[in-house]
Design a protein around this ligand. Structure first.
Ligand SMILES: O=c1ccn([C@@H]2O[C@H](COP(=O)(O)OP(=O)(O)O[C@H]3OC[C@@H](O)[C@H](O)[C@H]3O)[C@@H](O)[C@H]2O)c(=O)[nH]1
Length: 335
């Protein structure tokens, strides 16, 4: 008796070639929804990764670790449906994905003004690369934009239709105009190629995992006043207004409600009741082009997406204080 691994015989003796063999139905290697999160190791990105991993998606987290941190996603590294790639969105990348959440870009004014040319390149080229990837994979694309596309707004509160009041050549332009160009590109891909896209304009967001040196007002106030008993630094006359949301409200809006254009909630600015020391203030010269008032009109998000914020400022700040305390203790080696 002999065995052969050569071409099999047809009835009548002629041989069947490889091309003629009936195709074996391949099992897809990935059955889960494959989701790419750029900037996935950042403050917002890492919370989004948590949410998507818990939802059962296969999450590819991509970050260049300029402002993101491995600490933010360390707890996900051994999860079977999570993988991490160190990569800068300014460089193209080939991946197979079904959905892209494009968050990569420094977001704190201190960080985005640090290297402004890199910031605008990240916004524009990074978004172009990710839209190209989405086009090739026919993936649904969502970009995290910003309330800063409104500049120093002249219309209050701001609706999605408002075009904004942006200084195109100022110190904040690298971010404001970068994101405006990224929005434009996103809509052009949608109009020209029929791509499925979403734009989320994020207003001021706070919560655990903000970098200790983030430099934005809530993290500054929490670490300065609530934890180190140092005076609060008030920029300018301190009369500027913002609307703050807790990070989990944003994540729900982005991950689930991202079916349209979402803007985020008005909440009064205050930190008074979260600490036990008397408030001390110091006034610092303000930065250029700081928007004087900002507050979203969330009517559309409420009516079209059923989205509205749930976490009151008081509750969110306490969670953030706990997180900052823990991390500051670790940093000082006193845990
Ligand atoms: O220590 C501080 C820091 C900031 N501020 C003031 O607090 C206000 C908020 O400043 P932040 O630096 O927290 O944030 P900004 O509102 O300027 O920008 C932010 O807005 C929305 C996000 O999408 C953007 O990524 C981020 O740029 C500003 O008026 C600023 O002048 C202080 O008074 N003290």
């Amino acid at each position: 008796m002999s065995t052969t691994s050569g071409p099999s015989k047809r009835k009548g003796g002629s041989e069947m070639t490889g091309e003629e063999r009936p195709a074996i139905k391949a099992k897809p290697r990935v059955e889960k929804n494959r989701v790419l999160v750029t900037g996935g190791a950042g403050f917002v990105g890492s919370h989004l990764c948590d949410y998507l991993v818990a939802r059962g998606d296969h999450v590819i987290c991509m970050d260049n670790f300029f402002t993101g941190s491995k600490d933010n996603i360390a707890h996900l590294l051994d999860r079977e449906n999570f993988e991490l790639i160190r990569h800068d969105v300014v460089e193209p990348i080939l991946l197979e994905v079904d959905q892209i959440f494009h968050l990569a870009c420094p977001a704190s004014p201190v960080h985005y003004k640090y290297n402004p040319i890199k910031t605008i390149k990240t916004s524009f080229i990074g978004t172009m690369n990710m839209l190209g990837l989405a086009k090739r994979c026919r993936a649904r694309f969502l970009i995290s934009s910003t309330s800063e596309v409104y500049g120093d707004p002249l219309q209050h509160p701001q609706t999605e239709e408002y075009w904004g009041n942006v200084n195109p050549i100022g110190e904040r332009s690298c971010y404001d105009e970068g994101k405006r160009a990224a929005e434009c590109l996103t809509m052009d891909y949608h109009r020209e190629h029929g791509q499925e896209v979403r734009i989320v304009r994020i207003f001021n967001t706070y919560g655990p995992r903000m970098a200790l040196d983030d430099g934005r007002v809530v993290s500054n106030f929490v670490s300065q006043q609530a934890l180190k008993n140092e005076p609060l630094t008030l920029f300018g006359d301190g009369k500027q207004t913002r609307s703050f949301q807790y990070v989990s409200d944003l994540i729900e809006g982005e991950a689930e409600g991202g079916a349209g254009f979402a803007t985020l909630p008005p909440q009064p600015r205050h930190t008074r009741h979260t600490h036990h020391h008397p408030l001390q203030l110091i006034w610092v010269e303000n930065t250029a082009d700081d928007p004087s008032r900002r507050r979203p009109d969330i009517t559309k998000a409420k009516t079209l997406l059923g989205w509205e914020p749930k976490i009151p400022l008081q509750e969110g700040l306490l969670k953030m204080v706990d997180d900052f305390k823990r991390r500051l203790r670790i940093e000082e080696g006193t845990s």
